[in-house]
Design a binder for this molecule. Structure first.
Ligand code: 13P
Length: 249
């Protein structure tokens, strides 16, 4: 049986004092769950978040990284830097980064490789746009994103990766994919991984759903055959609401 993973993506929200308070409140509520709980937080919160999350079952991740170790890349943060302060996870290829910051399948692949080299666990985002879904291309788009993201990644390394399927039309819009549609796409991703690797690797892979997840829909989504948890944006900004989602399965 695969474990359940619930990851919050705070995006560009929360100051350090808010992050500390949030983690204190959340950790008290989720301390007895065996679900894996991850908070992907802004760079400026990481150090405070890591200190506050010590001795709790909350793991801390970043939301992006550069693929080079160091150098003349003003404003960027490398995997080595994240690792050096104790960060465990990093989101790679979020659709907002693809849309607003020119992230491509190629840079996603480079970042995954660099994250793995630095012993960070990547949470790799894929998902189709509304137009791609309306023209019936969603499966091809997502399968292609998976293939390009995982190019040159060994099956041993794949076991350290989490995939998040986030249809762009469901992000921040209040429109959640139905649990059936989300589960079907996640099965498609698992099948693609099967064809690229093997059955065992595909069955072990943790695949999350993201896009307007909230406490009212999380149980139904996370109870399907192939959805192993969620990547939660807006609803991860309130500790009580996020705790409910973490404890819904
Ligand atoms: P929302 O939960 O706000 O729709 O955001 C989803 C998301 O982008 C998580 O990475």
């Amino acid at each position: 049986m695969r474990r359940k993973v619930i990851a919050g993506n705070w995006k560009m929200n929360m100051l350090p004092n808010e992050a500390i308070k949030f983690i204190e409140e959340l950790s008290a509520q989720v301390k007895n769950t065996s679900n894996e709980i991850i908070l992907c937080i802004p760079y400026t919160d990481l150090f405070y978040g890591l200190l506050t999350a010590q001795n709790t079952n909350i793991k801390i991740g970043a939301q992006n990284m550069h693929w080079e170790e160091k150098g003349a890349y003003t404003g960027e943060v490398s995997g080595q830097m994240l690792k050096s302060i104790g960060v465990e996870y990093v989101i790679i290829g979020h659709s907002e980064r693809r849309q607003y910051f020119a992230e491509t399948d190629e840079t996603v692949n480079k970042k995954i490789k660099s994250a793995l080299q630095n012993e960070l666990k990547p949470i790799v985002c894929v998902g189709e746009s509304l137009e791609q879904r309306e023209t019936g291309n969603q499966e091809e788009v997502v399968k292609n994103q998976i293939k390009l993201a995982l190019e040159g990644i060994t099956k041993e390394d794949l076991s350290k990766i989490i995939i998040a399927y986030e249809p762009i039309w469901a992000i921040g819009t209040g429109k959640t994919a139905t649990s059936n549609d989300a589960n079907e796409m996640i099965k498609t991703i698992r099948n693609e991984v099967l064809s690229l690797y093997n059955e065992e690797t595909a069955q072990k892979l943790i695949i999350l759903y993201g896009g307007s997840v909230k406490s009212e829909n999380s149980k139904e989504l996370f109870s399907t055959s192939d959805i192993d948890g969620g990547l939660v944006g807006g609803a991860s900004l309130k500790p009580d609401e996020f705790a409910k989602i973490c404890l819904s399965v």
